[in-house]
Ligand binder design. Structure first.
Ligand code: T46
Length: 141
């Protein structure tokens, strides 16, 4: 069963050119899953908080393409805060992790590479149900 320690920051390789930088992510090369969906959060009003859910199966790479924001990850036992503020860093979020997002800077863009297409049935949106799910899962291991 996954914990917050399995959610890691990945350094995305950078190709420096005189006209700027390029960072590249490729399925099964430096992403451990096949990307099925890309979405991005932008125009997030100052002071807004997002998230407040977990996913049963979804894995994600999250990148601060512009600006900065903080992810609070929670595996039901422990919490970990991760501040993202550079496009050459990707946060890998494994399945079964509750997340909250806060402190979006003005003009920030949060790009997400996801392992599955959108499905509401993959969400756990109630924290008590999340804890129950984690406890049931941990009893199986
Ligand atoms: C996460 C952060 C970074 C869709 O219709 N299709 C989609 O692919 C997505 C992601 C969302 N939606 C709809 C579903 C909801 O009515 O957009 C609304 C807000 O979605 P959600 O609650 O997922 O939004 P966030 O910003 O709280 O969270 C999303 C991801 O779901 C989440 O896993 O880590 O972005």
């Amino acid at each position: 069963m996954f914990s917050v320690d399995d959610c890691k920051i990945i350094e995305v390789p950078v190709v420096h050119t005189e006209a700027g930088n390029i960072s590249v992510l490729e399925n099964q090369e430096n992403i451990p899953f096949d990307v099925k969906r890309i979405y991005y959060l932008y125009d997030v009003p100052m002071g807004s908080e997002r998230g407040g859910h977990a996913h049963y199966e979804l894995q994600q790479y999250v990148i601060a393409a512009s600006g900065s924001f903080t992810f609070v990850l929670d595996d039901g036992c422990r919490k970990k805060e991760i501040f993202l503020n550079h496009p050459n860093k990707a946060l890998h979020i494994v399945p079964g992790i509750w997340r909250e997002m806060k402190d979006f800077s003005s003009g920030s863009v949060c790009v997400v590479l996801a392992s599955l297409k959108y499905s509401e049935s993959d969400y756990i949106r109630d924290y008590k149900s999340f804890i129950k799910y984690k406890n049931e899962k941990s009893r199986k291991y």
